[in-house]
Design a protein around this ligand. Structure first.
Ligand code: ADP
Length: 614
């Protein structure tokens, strides 16, 4: 028994250790590693935010510069004669001079350019700059009327003229030089209103068709300033130089310009809304990460939301646009912002998911462990019961056998001369043999019940029970009347198996006698019948110690005995009540055990009413 107890504890421990090693430990280790990885990844993301933002701002700056460069490169390829209303394209001069309108006027103008302008430096005092709207009838909303652009172009010119000589001289310049046919230069530099004069000189021009002049052109330079009313202007300007041509000085007045140095200023106004808002917005969608956001000028670029990392871009600086004051250099500052709040939120939702999964795993592991323990406990309990049974049966066999042997030997040795004593010994031998027989019968009964198919028949419960009680009543201890019947009248016929009922009554009465023995003059055990909803009920009531509530289900299991075989006083195998339950079940009856009012136990068997004969 002690060994069994140790084995039970050992088996349980082994099962738990295996479960822990194979399932719980790997789950917790993997879960822990995953959690750590989540935390580290999050930290790495948070740490990388400032660098990421700076990188993003740089990418955006580069993209902006590239797009503006593309615009300037495109405009650089434009020949200088496009900056007049009608121009003469390089080619042969026919019988008359064919002028074509400039694309700057025809359009279409790109969204980036509001208008083009041109003026001649020497002519400035006399003539206002030409302004071309690129085919637009209405200007972008950011600009006002064409008149204003005229005024703006005039402003550019005035500023240019006011610029000191030294500033002009020392400004770094890159020239491109092109050779063009002299008549092309001559026609395109002549006054547009002098077209008739040109027609008259067509012969001389044709004669000069093979002569070439060189044209020097600077790249476009970007400048920024604000008008008096605050309107921002982004201007691209280039200078075109044509050296004086000897040949042309001989031509009439309509070519007068060519006889001297010609300095043309040509340029265009870049739409500030395109440059500082539309373009950054489009580029931001391409170069920023989903967690980064572009804040446009005026939308709080200087006051980023709390919990965010910011990197600012000053477009004027990034695009090398000259600005008159330091303050202007910060015009239209953009900001790239990454909110760490977003990262935190993402981390929290990842954590919530992780803990959700972890909770589910813990629940499954706990359920698994509970099921495992239950199954192990059941198996161990079954083993314990079998062990108990073997011990009990051995004991139950050995005790009567020893007694029979003892009395038999005494009789054989002739120790009992007294006939009364002899009779007593014989009686004891018979009683012990009966006990052995009962034990064997019970074991047989259990195995037979499992196999045999019994057929209950309608019968009268009172009659059947009375016959059995009559047969067990004499087995009471000497001088004690320990059984009493209380039968109800008018019981319906119920479905019965006579041997089954005998087994039920004798087992219940025997148990009552064993566990609630009646002393002389004490309250007897009651065998009662009564009608019930199911049909009729049989009750065996005693005044014994009662059965604890938690044991009431289990006492009907095979070989189950309350307490421990080592400490138990009473004899038994744990089969009696199991047989009661099996027999009752075989005839469609139910068994239950209750506490008796005033102390003791009530076993109640309810039999099914027999069908009325039709
Ligand atoms: P056994 O009597 O051989 O131990 P049973 O199956 O007849 O086995 O009974 C199972 C257990 O129920 C007994 O060990 C006993 O502890 C308890 N028991 C049965 N009848 C009574 C009763 N009338 N009063 C108290 N305990 C009882």
């Amino acid at each position: 028994m002690v060994q069994l107890g140790l084995a039970i504890r050992g088996t349980r421990r082994t099962a738990l250790v295996l479960y822990g090693l194979l399932l719980v430990l790997p789950t917790f280790v993997l879960g822990g590693l995953h959690w750590r990885q989540l935390v580290l990844d999050h930290q790495a993301l948070v740490d990388a935010v400032p660098n990421d933002v700076a990188d993003a701002a740089r990418r955006l700056e580069d993209a902006l510069a590239r797009r503006v460069r593309e615009l300037l490169d495109r405009e650089d390829t434009r020949p200088f004669w496009h900056y007049r209303h009608a121009s003469f394209e390089p080619g042969t001069i026919g019988t008359e001079i064919a002028l074509v309108p400039t694309p700057l006027e025809r359009g279409p103008a790109p969204a980036s350019v509001v208008a083009w302008f041109a003026y001649e430096r020497g002519e400035a005092a006399r003539r206002p700059p030409d302004v071309f709207l690129g085919g637009r009838t209405t200007l972008p909303e950011s600009e006002r009327r064409g008149d204003d652009l005229g005024a703006a172009a005039r402003g550019v010119m005035d500023r240019d003229l006011r610029e000191s000589f030294f500033v002009r001289i020392f400004r770094p310049r890159r020239f491109r030089t092109e050779e063009i046919a002299l008549p092309v230069a001559a026609i395109n530099l002549s006054r547009e209103e002098n077209i008739e004069c040109l027609q008259d000189e067509i012969q001389s021009l044709r004669a000069m068709e093979n002569e070439r002049v060189s044209v020097d052109m600077t790249d476009f330079r970007l400048r920024f300033h604000r008008e008096a009313d605050g309107t921002p202007r982004v201007i691209a300007v280039r200078t075109v130089y044509l050296p004086p041509s000897e040949a042309l000085t001989t031509l009439p007045q309509c070519f007068e310009a060519l006889g001297r140095d010609v300095v043309l200023r040509q340029g265009f106004f870049i739409d500030p809304v395109w440059l500082f808002e539309d373009l950054p917005r489009v580029l931001a969608a391409q170069v920023l990460l989903p967690t980064q956001e572009l804040i446009l000028p005026g939308a709080g670029a200087h006051t980023p939301p709390p919990g965010s990392e910011v990197s600012t871009i000053r477009p004027l600086k990034a695009l090398s646009i000259e600005a008159p004051t330091r303050e202007d250099e910060s015009f239209a500052t953009l900001a790239v912002v990454t909110s760490t709040l977003d990262l935190e939120r993402r981390f929290q939702s990842q954590m919530a998911r992780f803990f959700g999964v972890a909770a589910m795993l813990v629940i499954s592991l706990a359920t698994g462990m509970w099921l495992l323990l239950r199954s192990v406990n059941r198996d161990l309990e079954a083993a314990r019961r079998t062990e108990n049974f073997v011990a009990a049966v051995t004991h139950e066999l050995r005790t009567p056998l020893a007694a029979i042997k003892l009395y038999g030997e005494m009789l054989e040795a002739g120790w009992a001369d007294d006939p009364q004593k002899r009779a007593e010994y014989y009686r004891r031998i018979v009683r012990e043999t009966g006990r052995l027989e009962t034990l064997v019968e019970r074991v047989l009964e259990k195995s037979q019940l499992a196999r045999r198919d019994v057929k209950p028949e309608p019968g009268d419960l009172n009659d059947a029970v009375d016959a059995i009680v009559q047969s067990v009543a004499p087995l009471a201890p000497e001088g004690v009347v320990d059984l009493e019947v209380a039968f109800a009248d008018d019981l319906p016929l119920v479905m019965l198996v006579p041997e089954g009922l005998r087994s039920i009554v004798t087992n219940l009465v025997e148990n009552a006698r064993k566990y609630a023995p009646v002393a002389a003059g004490g309250e007897p055990i009651v065998v009662a019948t009564e009608p019930c909803a199911r049909g009729a009920a049989l009750e065996v009531r005693d005044r014994g110690p009662g059965i604890p509530a938690r044991e009431r289900e289990r006492i009907f299991e095979a070989f189950y005995r309350i307490g421990d075989e080592r400490t138990r006083q009473s004899r038994g195998t744990g089969l009696g009540l199991h047989l009661v339950a099996l027999q009752a079940n075989a005839m469609g009856a139910t068994v239950e055990v209750r506490e008796r009012t005033g102390g003791g136990t009530v076993f109640r068997v309810e039999f099914t009413r027999a069908a009325e004969p039709s």
